[in-house]
Each structure stands twice: as C-alpha cells, then as structure tokens.
Design a protein around this ligand. Sequence first.
Ligand SMILES: O=C(O)c1cc(=O)[nH]c(=O)n1[C@@H]1O[C@H](COP(=O)(O)O)[C@@H](O)[C@H]1O
Length: 271
Amino acid sequence: MSFARMLAAATARHDSLLCVGLDPDPARFPAGMKGDASRIFDFCARIVDATKDLVCAFKPQIAYFAAHRAEDQLEQLMAYIRRNAPEVPVILDAKRGDIGSTAEQYAREAFVRYQADAVTLSPFMGFDSIEPYLPYDGKGLILLCRTSNPGGSDLQFQTLDSGDRLFEHVARLAAGAWNRDGRLGLVVGATFPQELARVRELAPTLPLLIPGVGAQGGDAAATVRAAWRPDGPIIVNSSRAVLYAGAGEDFAAQARTVALATRAELAAARG
Ligand SMILES: O=C(O)c1cc(=O)[nH]c(=O)n1[C@@H]1O[C@H](COP(=O)(O)O)[C@@H](O)[C@H]1O
C-alpha cells in the first residue's frame, strides 16, 4: 500500500495525528540497559509495543543507529514494526540530499534495505537530487521546508528575487512543478506556527511532517490549528518527550502515558 493510503488509514484507525520518533540514545536508556548500544533494538521494540495503537506513523532517525554501528538493529526494528504494527507507516528520517548517482544509493538504502514507507530529504541540491527516489512506487518523499531549529532561518528565511522566502519557494515547488506523481510532503517545525500556516496555504493538501512538540517546546494545539485540514494530513512528531518519559523499568508504560496525552491534545485541537 502507498505511504499516503497507509497514513490515512492509520490516522483514522488510531484516531491519531501523533508520530512517535524513534531516536534511541543509549545514554538515556533506563537502568539495566543504560549505555548499552546492543539494546537499541530492545528499547525501541518496547516503545513500539507500548504506542503502536496510538500513532499514525513511526519515525526512526537513522543517525541514532548509525552512530552506534547499529544499522543491523535498525533493519531488525523495521522488520519488527512491519510484523507487529503492519498498519503503521514508517518514515525513515535520513534527510538525504546528493547528486543523482549517489541519491540512487540513498534511495536503495531507504526503500530496499530498510523497506521504509517514506523518507525525509533535503531539497537543497535541486530536483535531480529528488528524482532517483521516484521510481519507488508509492513511497513518500518528505522535503525539508521550514525546519524546527532556530538556525533554520539562516537560509530558509532568505528572501528571493521573486519576493518569496526560500521556505515558501520550496513549498510552492513541492505542491507544484516537483510533485510529478503526488508523493511529496514537507517538513515544517511546530516551533513556527505562523510559517506552518503559510506552508499550508501554499500546499493545501500535502502531508506535513511536523516535528518540534515535546522536547523542543512547540505548541501542539497551535500546530493543529495552523496546519490540519480534512484533505491535508499532518504527522506531528514527538521523540524524546515520549521515549524518555520515564527512566525506570516502567519506561514503556510512561511513554504510553505521554503518547496518550499528546494524542488527546492533538485530537482536541482538531475538534
Ligand atoms: O526531519 C525531521 O524529522 C526533523 C526536522 C526538523 O526540522 N526538526 C526536527 O527536530 N526533526 C527531527 O525530529 C525529531 C525531534 O525530536 P524531539 O525534539 O526529541 O521530539 C528528531 O529526530 C529530529 O531530527
């Protein structure tokens, strides 16, 4: 099934706009696992089990695996999610961007090696850096647009000759010329609700991946009000606030409690 259909189905079935980000940091694992990179899979699998009925997507961040030589555990985790939560789409957060021949390898990594349903990409190198992902039918390609970090403004807020700021230009391209077969989405931070509303205006029906609630302090309700539309899906990511809600043996139950509360807050704002 395509990413778009999986996302719509999981959003409806779990009544959820929440994506749990899988950013496993062994230094923050609970006692018994703490500091042990060989337990990355175990930690993430417990979080998946505890939240899989509450989410519209999972988003593993590849650096948290690669930094610990734990790519094999990421493969194991992707297979685990497919087996135990087959209705939940998985967005591989890799933020790739490179010339075509290298992008072909990144695309293969995301969709063949890891079997992701969608991947995050940097649009900075232009359309020919996105094109190699298109042959993978149905997969979602989510382009960085207005990122959640303060330094995102350094480039994304620059005004172009057209009068658009760079993030607006990216949103226009993703909603128009670049969206050849309707599989593009955009990343916009929850930390910037005004820009979120602007991106939604420029790209009314694109799926928006919205990180920044929880640990980065973004306002969940403002996010939904700015970006959700019945025909414009949103995927609101929270990673650390869920993963490290508890530091004890009951960490998975604590993660579930935070996920439940965040999901409820998002649902209330949608009305
Ligand atoms: O593409 C992303 O997911 C992303 C884009 C962005 O603008 N800001 C951002 O925080 N992210 C990712 O979203 C997650 C946020 O994590 P928390 O701040 O712990 O919820 C991390 O995996 C980031 O790499």
